[in-house]
Design a protein around this ligand. Structure first.
Ligand code: TXA
Ligand code: MG
Length: 317
C-alpha cells in the first residue's frame, strides 16, 4: 500500500531521494520521478511495465527552466504558452543534452508540460525539480483520475500518492509537436483543437501512428479497459447484444432493455467537458466481472468530442 496524503514536503523528500511519487494533475494522475535522475526514471518504466521506446513528458512549474532543458524554442511556443499554460497541453521541443535519453527514448525532442493543479504546482515550485511523469497506470490500461485509482493498480509499487482529488479535465493533455517547421498535433486531448487553431490557424493532426515508435502512447490498445467494447449506434447494437451482461456508455441518453446500473451517461446535459471528466472513471466501473460487452456511442465532433472518441476507439481494439 502507498501512503495517500497531501503533504508536499514528504513528496519532495521522496523525489529528491530518487523515489517515485504519484502526482495529481488537471488531466490525469502522473507517476513522477526526478527527470534528471536516470535510475529514478528507470523505475517509472519498471513500475508501469512500460516499454522503453515510449518517451515520458517532463513537467515544469513555468517556462523559466526551459532554456536549461530545451533549445531552438520557436515563437509559436510563447504564444501558446501565454494562452494555455499552465493547462492540458504538452509541447514537443528540441531537447538539450542534460535530459537523459531514457526520458525521451533516444529522441532528440522532449515533451514539456506545465500542469495546472495547485498541489503539483506547489511541489514543482518548492522542489525546483523537473518531473518526468507518464500517466500513473500499468501499461495498456486507462489513466487514473483519482488517488484511489492509482492505489488500486500501483499501490504496491510506489511509496506515496499525493492526493489532489478527482482530476477536473479527466483525459490526457493534447500533444503538439513544435520541433519541426510545421507544427502537428500528435495526440488529441484535454485542450480542444479549435482553441489551439484560434491562436495559430489550421493545424495538421497525425494521431493514428499506432505502431510508430516515433509517436508512441498512440499504441492502439493503449486505453483498453480489458472488456469487449463496441462503438456504434446503440439502438442497433442492442438488437444483437442485449441482456444483463451488456453495458452502455452514452453521452446523455438512456435505453430500454438494459439494467440501469449498466448504463453510464457521461453527461446528462451533453456537456463534453463533463463527459471527458467522467470517461475513465466509467471505463473502470465497467471493468467488472458481470459485464461482458460494452456498447458505446461516438461523441459529436466538436470540442473535446474527438479526444473522447479517440480514447473510445483505442479501448475498442
Ligand atoms: O496529461 C498528460 O499528458 C499526462 C499527465 C500525467 O501529464 N501524462 C501522460 O503521459 O499522458 P503518458 O506517458 O501516458 O503519455 C505521454 C505520451 C507518450 O506516450 C508519447 O506518445 C508522447 O507523450 N511523447 C512524450 N515525449 C514525446 C516525444 N519526445 N516525441 C513524441 N511524443 C512524445
Ligand atoms: Mg499513458
Amino acid at each position: 500500500m502507498a501512503k495517500i496524503s497531501t503533504n508536499i514536503s514528504e513528496a519532495q523528500a521522496l523525489l529528491e531521494k530518487g523515489e517515485l511519487v504519484a502526482i495529481p494533475t488537471e488531466t490525469v494522475y502522473g507517476l513522477a520521478a526526478n527527470a534528471l535522475n536516470t535510475e529514478a526514471v528507470a523505475s517509472i518504466f519498471e513500475a508501469k511495465g512500460r516499454p522503453h521506446f515510449d518517451p515520458l513528458i517532463v513537467h515544469l512549474h513555468d517556462k523559466s527552466q526551459l532554456d536549461v532543458l530545451c533549445q531552438k524554442i520557436p515563437d509559436v511556443f510563447n504564444r501558446l504558452y501565454e494562452t494555455f499554460s499552465p493547462g492540458p497541453i504538452t509541447y514537443i521541443l528540441k531537447k538539450k543534452e542534460i535530459i537523459p535519453d531514457l526520458v525521451t527514448s533516444g529522441n532528440d525532442t522532449v515533451g514539456i508540460r506545465f500542469p495546472n493543479h495547485p498541489l503539483t504546482r506547489e511541489l514543482l515550485f518548492e522542489s525546483g525539480l523537473p518531473l518526468a511523469a507518464p500517466s500513473a497506470n500499468p501499461f495498456g490500461y486507462v489513466s487514473p483520475t483519482t488517488a484511489q485509482h492509482v492505489e488500486n493498480q500501483l499501490g504496491n509499487k510506489i511509496p506515496y500518492i499525493l492526493d489532489g482529488g478527482p482530476c477536473s479535465v479527466g483525459i490526457e493533455s493534447t500533444i503538439i509537436d513544435l520541433s519541426t517547421d510545421t507544427p502537428k498535433i500528435l495526440r488529441l486531448g484535454g485542450l480542444a483543437l479549435e482553441e489551439i487553431e484560434e491562436i495559430m490557424g489550421k493545424i495538421e493532426v497525425t494521431t493514428h501512428s499506432s505502431s510508430n515508435p516515433q509517436a508512441p502512447g498512440m499504441l492502439s490498445s493503449h486505453y483498453s479497459p480489458g472488456k469487449k467494447l463496441i462503438i456504434g449506434n446503440i439502438e442497433e447494437l442492442l438488437k444483437t447484444h442485449s441482456g444483463k451482461s451488456t453495458a452502455i456508455i452514452s453521452l446523455s441518453k438512456t435505453y430500454e432493455g438494459i439494467p440501469i446500473e449498466n448504463q453510464k451517461v457521461l453527461s446528462p446535459s451533453g456537456d463534453l467537458k463533463l463527459a471527458a471528466a467522467n470517461l475513465f472513471k466509467v471505463l473502470r466501473e465497467l471493468d467488472r466481472e458481470n459485464i461482458d460487452v460494452i456498447l458505446a456511442e461516438l461523441m459529436p465532433n466538436i470540442g473535446l468530442g474527438p479526444a473522447i472518441n479517440d480514447r473510445l476507439k483505442r479501448a475498442a481494439h
